[in-house]
Design a protein around this ligand. Structure first.
Ligand code: SUG
Length: 445
């Protein structure tokens, strides 16, 4: 018996649109829009609460402290916090925006996680992602590790690995490029790692326009660290042509849950062969359902705009499988029609629920980006920090906390305001008490 616990990133108080992610169409298109951090956090919390109300286990992953003044100081800006912000704003506003990014909210990129049933040492393994491809994300791994170790403290059950070397050869974007196929969460699973390119092998075809963020070598290193037997491993290459159309992570084109893989027909290179390999390697006792969405039903452009594949697929306590989709899918008639048809067909997905996550979507983050999946046995669940689990009471406390501390509008010029730094740090200091995290932020040390 095991549970899939989804740890959703609580959106931080400095959520803003800075156009930092070349290759992520929504991020670039919304570069100069103003954001609403309060709304963003409430939208995320509403999804967490709804999942909890469905009888699923839901966790809360704390935001990172932003602005990150340590990195600004490391880059030569001196003086008080207010002076550092002022100098950075004047000399390099893009850098300042990067240091303010609330991008840690997309916890699918926080780490790769393997359940104990799959690992030789029978422990749950975590490797924080180095997020090497984008500067604003490359400053996440240390705090991510602090938060993960504070949530999963018990060394009898949990192993935490240092993020991979901070180098493009080992570019690692975490669980966004990793899925697990099995009959039920508690059974051994096939761990499917999807890479965009190779660091060392130039014969592997890479995208021509946008960067491939995940390398084969990074995925292989994680499989080694997590002690996954060879028979339970598969490495597939993402189709470089779709990366060039804005599919910057595999979870923008495919999603798996238990014995279902929902993917676009252009998701992988040599797709026919890739899916044959996958079917052969799958060891579950329930039949594997691969739902391949054809281009004539959903074009890549519409997959990227609607984020259909960035839906979560969850197994409800009743055993039904539900698609947790962004509302944008309803705005694209062809996508909405496809979902209706898929539900009517003979496969385990029988339900759909749509969520308004617009604030996150405008930065290229849908329902699946916002969550890190952790499969835990009852004993492991008992061993985690209980304060990070969603309850009716926790929801009320967090809603109140957001309304008290978050602004409802942020534009670029607000980032120079030292008040914003004070407000954000104060809010996060309080949050560490609400979630009993201890000192996970640099500013607390
Ligand atoms: O890394 N956007 C994130 C979105 C991450 C989505 N995650 C998954 N697909 N799992 C990224 O591109 C935009 C920030 C900005 O432009 O302000 C950003 O970082």
């Amino acid at each position: 018996m095991a549970f899939e616990v989804n740890f959703d990133g609580l959106v931080g108080p400095t959520h803003n649109y800075a156009g930092l992610s070349y290759g992520n169409v929504a991020s670039v298109n919304n570069a100069s829009a103003s954001s609403n951090p309060q709304k963003a956090a409430l939208q995320g919390l509403a999804k967490m609460k709804a999942m909890h109300d469905l009888g699923l286990k839901q966790g809360i992953f704390a935001p990172h402290a932003r602005p990150n003044t340590q990195i600004l100081k490391r880059l030569g800006f001196t003086g008080s916090d207010a002076q550092v912000l002022e100098k950075a704003y004047k000399s390099d506003p893009v850098l300042l925006r990067a240091c303010y990014s609330a991008s840690a909210m997309w916890t699918a990129n926080a780490a790769t996680v393997s359940p104990s049933i799959d690992s030789d040492d029978n422990k749950v393994h975590f490797t924080s992602a180095n997020l090497n491809c984008k500067f604003h994300r490359s400053i996440e791994p240390n705090t991510t590790s602090n938060i993960l170790t504070s949530m999963f403290r018990d060394q009898r059950h949990f192993v935490h690995h240092e993020h991979l070397p901070e180098q493009p050869f080992f570019g690692d974007e975490g669980a966004a490029n990793h899925t697990r196929l099995t009959s039920r969460h508690g059974d051994t699973g096939l761990q499917v790692f999807v890479y965009g390119t190779s660091g060392f092998n130039s014969k592997i075809r890479s995208p021509k326009i946008y960067p491939a963020r995940q390398t084969l070598e990074a995925s292989q290193a994680i499989a080694r660290l997590h002690q996954i037997p060879h028979s339970q491993l598969l490495f597939l290459q993402q189709n470089p042509d779709v990366i060039d159309q804005g599919v910057f992570h595999n979870d923008v084109i495919a999603v798996g849950n238990e014995n279902v893989l929902l993917c676009h027909e252009q998701a992988f290179i040599d797709q026919k062969q890739a899916l044959t390999q996958l079917s052969n390697a799958y060891q579950g006792d329930k039949p594997l359902h691969i739902i391949e969405v054809p281009t004539h039903r959903v074009a890549i452009e519409n997959a990227v705009k609607s984020y259909l594949f960035n839906s979560q697929l969850v197994t409800l306590p009743s055993g039904d499988m539900m698609l947790v989709a962004p509302e944008e899918c309803l705005h694209h008639q062809r996508v909405a029609d496809y979902i209706e048809d898929m539900l009517a067909e003979d496969n385990p997905i029988t339900k759909v629920r749509y969520f308004d996550l617009k604030q996150s979507m405008q930065n290229g983050g849908g329902p699946a980006c916002l969550r890190l999946r952790v499969v835990l046995t009852q004993a492991e669940l008992n061993a985690i920090n209980p304060e990070v689990l969603m309850t009716e009471e926790k929801y009320q406390v967090l809603q109140k906390w957001v309304k008290q501390h978050y602004r409802d509008k942020l534009s670029e010029h607000d980032l120079v305001d030292p008040q914003l730094l004070q407000e954000s740090y104060r809010a996060l200091d309080e949050l560490t008490q609400i979630l009993n995290l201890g000192c996970v932020y640099e500013f607390q040390r």
